[in-house]
Design a protein around this ligand. Structure first.
Ligand SMILES: [Zn+2]
Length: 46
């Protein structure tokens, strides 16, 4: 699967979503990667 250049540079375009349980998570508009709002430590600032 080909990822956009921004994603390969870890510059995902995150969009906040809600699942059926009302929990927030984020999904990248470019590659579809998801992450939990509770585990945001990794990519902050980069
Ligand atoms: Zn991405």
């Amino acid at each position: 699967m080909k990822k956009p250049l921004r994603c390969r540079l870890h510059l995902h375009t995150w969009k906040t979503e809600h699942n059926e349980e009302g929990q927030r998570y984020q999904r990248c508009l470019g590659c579809g990667t998801t992450r939990d709002k509770l585990t945001l430590n990794n990519f902050s600032g980069t």
